[in-house]
Design a binder for this molecule. Sequence first.
Ligand code: ATP
Length: 332
Amino acid sequence: MSYRATLIPGDGIGPEVVAAAVRVLSAAGVDFQWETEAAGAAAIPEHGTALPDRVLESIRRNGVALKGPTETPVGTGHRSVNVELRKRLDLYANLRPVQTLPGVKSRYDGVDLIVVRENTEDLYSGLEHVVVPGVVESIKIITEKASTRIARYAFEYARTHGRKRITAVHKANIMKLSDGLFLDCCRAVAKDHPELTYDEMIVDNTCMQLVLDPTRFDVLLLENLYGDIVSDLCAGFIGGLGLAPGANIGEHGAVFEAVHGSAPDIAGRNLANPIAIILSGAMLLDHLGEHAAADHVRDAVHGVLREGKKLTHDLGGKAGTSEIAEAIAAKL
Ligand code: ATP
């Protein structure tokens, strides 16, 4: 079977790691017809915008995309392509699995949790304005619709993936209305799933508990901003951003991308670790129902890490991005 899919190389290390993922996916024996589209800073010279309409049209047509990181200017400049893409395609669920990988030195063993992050609202609504000079207001939007939808997604995911416990993370002691509404929605959905354990934890305490013992957690269910911060924290448990995959899922499309950003400090030097996006590619295969190929890709990644002969510099090795891709492809 052949699949049409959108390919977004992105900025910084994006083109290098995306090429590595394409190499591995083709070695996995699943035939992809990639439709390559520019987004991010890379799209501005030709299209005058960081997110041309043709990118959205391509993803709507194909249903799936593999995406490299896109640069987001800090403080000024164009709005985040990631935020726009997730909103415009209504990719409401951001899924970030965090699993200990064989052979990778990290502070903890046996971490196996998944971060389920709401992807469309919260402080990411982009509603900011200057009230008077020196006073700025950023608006946090939490709705019953989006909170219920993400809670349903998390519980359904847990049920179908053998997960047992869902922890809703919040700060409802301070944001009583917004985070209070989020919790009300989670509780209502939890009532429909008596087979799963549901509990709640305040976000600051969650961070401390995670650092003390991340193996205690199973599924974390969070609003957008807490989800962003907590998932980077969790990436640190398993050896860093170079290893953390992700997916953005909606009713009509899905975009697979690593948790990490465009890493301009190492871009264009064949130094980036491609494993995060290769594992995102495995999630894409799962999404398409190609579970055997997805498992093969994960096994090949684990094999290379376990051997420890070919590692990128973030893991203490000297191998280049393309060398890692070849080593993984050779195991397929
Ligand atoms: P963004 O705002 O887009 O998230 P950022 O600069 O905050 O960008 P990253 O681009 O993810 O975050 O980079 C954070 C650090 O992690 C940098 O030092 C970068 O070199 C490193 N890093 C990120 N991704 C990788 C990777 N795939 N391989 C090796 N190092 C990486």
